[in-house]
Design a protein around this ligand. Structure first.
Ligand code: FUL
Length: 484
């Protein structure tokens, strides 16, 4: 009896001490796979198919497989270049709208098996997934729902064909991290020789729910991208820009694949009931596929850096397309600009000047050291500061012994607990006066801000609005590379 009493007492004491460690999560939070995905920040797209040889962006579907002949194809060159650029996942067009398959699908003759590549014995999906695995890069696949080659496109039989092909791709090539569903759908095409226009009902034709269920059955960890999620959604434009306000939450039933509400996708929805990561797709060249006449039009390193700030810096993922040429290699001009892009980012973000500071706040969740504001200045993104439960605004002051000089700011929320911050200002003490140096709305996984250079020894973060007790896991101050 006495023993039970002491054990209960100890239990109560333990609960009382740890009460302050319990954080009320927002209702909508990322799944662990989505969190891991968001941490990748930069991923790559590879558009490569028969179009590379016909100089087209959208093949009609009547192209002969005999045209596909990359004589120097080196998938490792793609993967190694991507890795050196900081890309963590690559997505390859297994089949684009023209219907040509980069793997020897048993369901069609319109594939690599009827091309001169390796005398019809090649399988680029196998080469690609093997190279990704070898170099520690996640592999994703794009399988165009629209197929301008297939005779059955528009009929129910085509949906079976699509699912069969998806099953091949998600069964025979090891772990596939992302399945990319394009919204471009229906129109003119070859369609097995019919040469006509086929319009489908974008809302009902594909029965996407069943297809996605099958994908998840075949690969439980896979993330599915489309205009409408369910795990990752299109950002609403092909410039690579997320909205300045960008919530990772939205209502899945407000968007449909192929008929997206682009403004909604660009900002997300603070009231949204699902966590769906925003993805900004953009090509390093004007086109998605390689065209020789675009060799001089490769986006400059500075342009790519600007896109990085408008995608990764706005709480989204950057999906950067690098199309191999007719040799089957990334072109030298693209590689050079990717290297320079990486070096600008590395130079800018190598030294976080904020780590020299000492942070203080009037709003602390608990008296323990567990959630103190200094945790936003350490290198560990898993530790964080959180304001007291009832707070919807808060202030953090950061003092420096010596003044610092910076023009880039980064903020991160611990999104495992949801996205909370809706309005913030950052101020700096300039000659004894607080001056606003930037303001923003959402933060989310990561927010990057570019400002005019500031010299100061005191910085203040004012969180003005939040939908729950505000929290930050990281704060950074940087001086940008001279090359930017
Ligand atoms: C679009 C497609 O029509 C383009 O060809 C490209 O694949 C791009 C990523 O998505 O919807």
């Amino acid at each position: 009896m006495k023993k039970t009493f002491y054990i209960t007492l100890l239990g109560l004491l333990y609960l009382a001490c740890n009460k302050n460690d319990i954080i009320v999560k927002n209702e909508v939070v990322p799944a662990p796979r989505q969190l891991h995905y968001q941490e990748m920040e930069l991923i790559g797209f590879i558009h490569f198919t028969i179009n590379t040889f016909t100089d087209k962006e959208w093949g009609f579907g009547d192209e002969s497989p005999a045209l596909f002949n990359p004589r120097e194809l080196d998938v490792e060159q793609w993967v190694i270049t991507a890795k050196e650029t900081g890309i963590k996942e690559l997505i390859l067009t297994a089949k684009h709208h023209d219907g040509f398959c980069l793997w020897p699908s048993q369901y069609t003759e319109h594939s690599i098996k009827n091309s001169p590549y390796k005398n019809g014995q090649g399988d680029i999906i196998k080469e690609f997934t093997d190279a990704c695995q070898k170099h520690g890069i996640a592999a994703g696949l794009y399988l165009s729902p629209w197929d301008r080659n297939h005779a059955d496109y528009g009929k129910p039989e085509y949906i079976t064909y699509y699912r069969n092909q998806m099953t091949e791709l998600l069964t025979n090539y090891g772990p596939i991290s992302e399945f990319w569903v394009d919204g471009a759908n229906g129109g003119t095409g070859y369609y097995g020789g019919a040469n006509e226009e086929r319009i489908i009902d974008r809302k009902t034709y594909y029965d996407w729910d069943s297809t996605f269920q099958l994908a998840k059955k075949l690969q439980p960890d896979i993330l599915i991208f489309s205009d409408a999620g369910p795990d990752i959604h299109w950002i609403g434009n092909e410039h690579g820009f997320a909205g300045e306000t960008f919530w990772s939450t939205f209502h899945l039933d407000s968007v449909f694949i192929g008929t997206p509400n682009t403004a909604y996708l660009n900002t997300g929805d603070p009231q949204g009931t699902s966590w769906v990561v925003g993805q900004c797709d953009v090509s390093i060249r004007p086109g998605w596929f390689y065209h020789k006449n675009e060799n001089t039009l490769v986006k400059s390193p500075q342009h790519l850096v600007d896109i990085y700030y408008k995608s990764v810096g706005r709480n989204a993922i950057l999906l950067l397309n690098i199309p191999p040429d007719q040799r089957g290699l990334f072109h030298e001009n693209d590689i050079q600009n990717l290297r320079e892009f990486r070096s600008i980012l590395d130079e800018t973000f190598q030294t976080n000047l904020a780590t020299a500071g000492k942070a203080s706040t009037g709003s602390l969740k608990s008296r323990t050291t567990k959630f103190i504001p200094d945790l936003i200045l350490d290198k560990d993104n898993a530790t964080f500061w959180i304001a007291k439960d009832s707070a919807r605004s808060a202030e953090i002051d950061i003092m420096f012994e010596n003044s610092i000089y910076f023009d880039r700011i980064s903020l991160q929320e611990p999104i495992t607990y949801g996205q909370r911050i809706a309005k913030f200002i950052i101020l700096a003490d300039i000659n004894g006066e607080w001056r606003e140096i930037c303001r923003g709305t959402t933060v989310g996984y990561k927010r990057l801000l570019r400002i005019d250079p500031v010299t100061t020894s005191r910085v203040k973060i004012q969180i003005l609005e939040a939908n729950n007790a505000p929290a930050l896991s990281s704060f950074g101050l940087y001086k940008s590379s001279e090359k930017e």
